[in-house]
Structure formats: C-alpha cells, structure tokens
Design a protein around this ligand. Structure first.
Ligand SMILES: [Zn+2]
Ligand SMILES: [Zn+2]
Length: 321
C-alpha cells in the first residue's frame, strides 16, 4: 500500500505492507485524512532533525474492512477517530489529565493517517472511534479529532456543556481552521466568542472589539506576538489558554504580568474520550457546521498541501487517499 513518510526531512510516498490484525481491533481503509497544524510542526522539526521517527496524519476518516472486536462496529462502517486513548487508572487519569497519561502518549494508530490502510486496537474502538452520519462529506467527518481538541480547550477553560456561560466573553487569537473551530466550540458552550487574526480575510470570520477586554483568551496561533496580544486583551484575573507551540520559547510570558494581574495560564494539548464523543455529537447533528472549510489534495500531492498550508494558500488541507 501507499504510505507517506518523512525521509531525511522530505515527504516521500513509499510502498509498504498493509498492516495485519494481530490482536483485537480493526483494519480501516483510509478514505481521507486532514492535515493538522501539529503535522506541519513535526515536518518543520524533522527538517532540522532528519533522524527523528515521525508519524504523519491522524485526522482520519475511513471504512472498516476487517474487525475482531466486542464493540458495536461492523465491516462497512464509515468512521472517524481520535488516535490516542488513556488508561483511566493512573494518577494523571484520576486527575482528568488524560493527555498526560503514559498509555495515552504511547497509544497510536498504525502506521499513520496518510496511508491506504491503518490498524486500530480494541481500545481505540472503545474510546475514540465514531460512526459518522452519511449526510456529512468525508472532509467534514475528518474534523472529528480537531474539533475535539477545541472542545477540550473550552472545558480546560472551566466551561461546562449545557450551562449558560453567556456572561463570559472569549477571544480566539488566530483564525486558521482550528481557531475558527474554537469560536464554534465556544458558541456551542454558550460562551460569547470573538476572534482576531492578522490576515484581513481571516479576521472577517469572527467579531472583534478592540476596546474590550476578555475573560478568556485562546491562543491558537503560535507566535510571541500572539502572546503579547493575549496579555493586552485579557481582563485582570482572567485566563489565557495556550493551544499551540511557539517557535521561540524565550519570548514567552512575562512573569510580572501574570503575577500582578493574577492571570491564569492554562494549556490544552490533546482531547480525552469525552471530548471526542461530544465532537461526534456536534458534527453528526450539524450543531457545528464545517462545510466547505477543506481543500482536497490527492496523497501524491501531500508535499504540495504542506507547502500551501505553510504559505497560507489553503485554509484546511484534506488529503484524499
Ligand atoms: Zn490534529
Ligand atoms: Zn492513565
């Protein structure tokens, strides 16, 4: 089968064996896979450190072609999925810090999303795989994992789904596809959502009030300028939610700003099973609509999709396998 691999920092489409089912789980024929900002970070990093082993692609939508499982799936099901699951037993899990669980960090799909077939294990089927509504297009289904990341961030900010959070205002800095999804997730949690981006065509995607301060600021754009804006627009005593890495860590948060203004800086990294479940509900019910956000690229053009994404020529790349 075809599979994308980073060879000495360059993307190559290589021939490799179709994964086999060695224990309970399923083989999924990949229909498509979204290109995530974290894939771009990994590619950039691999160019500097060519020897690192990198798994590319995780926003998978596909069809189950073989299954040995106690879960309620069958051959022919169209599913989307998250790639990590926690153990639910360790100290991290007991703290609801699921993405720090060591099982979570070790677990993954095999071999990677930008391949013709992947293997998932029984715990994936149990906790992170969802049947998707046939009314959705495949690229819309592939938003399951990225939307669940946003849901996790909204929950990390302290908001509960189903409560009225409308007295709280939030500002999302960076309105790329993930920032845009964040505004949608915030609205679904009934938080007043505003957004800001340096690119005028993206700035148009959300309201922004220059004269306002916000209870929570979500940083979806990894840059030190975004951190400056977060400090400028958050209220005293407010929260900053860190949702992306930055290239240069040295220009980070100002200790005294955080101290004298009693700011909370909270990070949100990767979704828990409950976030993936809510994401599936939002997408399948069209409570959150992600229609028309993606641009299609064939697997052979993955390198072009990566270049276009780096150069902001595409909003969200979806790789058709
Ligand atoms: Zn992702
Ligand atoms: Zn755990």
């Amino acid at each position: 089968m075809k599979c994308a691999k980073l060879v000495e920092g360059e993307i190559k489409i290589i021939e490799t064996e179709v994964p086999k089912l060695t224990s309970k789980g399923a083989i999924i024929k990949v229909i498509g896979c979204g290109l995530c900002g974290s894939d771009l970070v990994k590619i950039k990093h691999a160019k500097l450190n060519p020897d690192t082993e990198v798994v590319l692609g995780h926003e998978v939508v596909g069809e189950i072609v073989q299954i040995d499982s106690q879960c309620d799936f069958k051959v022919g099901d169209i599913v989307a999925l998250g790639h990590h699951y926690p153990c639910f037993e360790c100290e991290y899990c007991k703290n609801e810090s699921y993405s720090m669980c060591r099982t979570f960090k070790r677990s993954n799909i095999y071999p990677a999303g930008f391949c013709e077939y992947i293997r998932v294990d029984e715990n994936h089927l149990k906790y992170t795989v969802y049947k998707m509504n046939k009314d959705l297009t495949y690229d819309e289904m592939a938003f399951l994992e990225p939307l669940s990341c946003c849901i996790r961030a909204v929950r990390r900010a302290g908001f509960k789904y189903g409560e009225d959070n409308s007295k709280y205002s939030s500002l999302v800095i960076g309105l790329g596809s993930i920032g845009y999804l964040m505004t949608k997730a915030l609205s679904a949690f009934k938080v007043s959502a505003y957004g800001f981006d340096l690119m005028p065509e993206r700035a148009r995607l959300a309201n922004f009030n220059l004269n306002k301060k916000y209870d929570c600021v979500f940083l979806t754009a990894g840059s030190s300028r975004a951190i400056e804006s977060a400090l400028k627009y958050v209220i005293d005593g407010g929260k900053i939610i860190v949702f992306s890495s930055v290239e240069n860590d040295l220009k980070g948060f100002n200790n005294n700003d955080i101290y004298y203004r009693e700011l909370s800086v909270i990070a949100s990294y990767s979704p828990a099973p409950c976030d993936i479940k809510l994401s599936a509900d939002f997408l399948n019910s069209k409570k959150i609509n992600v229609e028309g956000l993606s641009k299609y690229y064939p697997l052979d053009n993955l390198a072009l999709a990566v270049d276009d994404s780096f150069n902001n020529k595409t909003y969200k790349a979806y790789i058709k396998i």
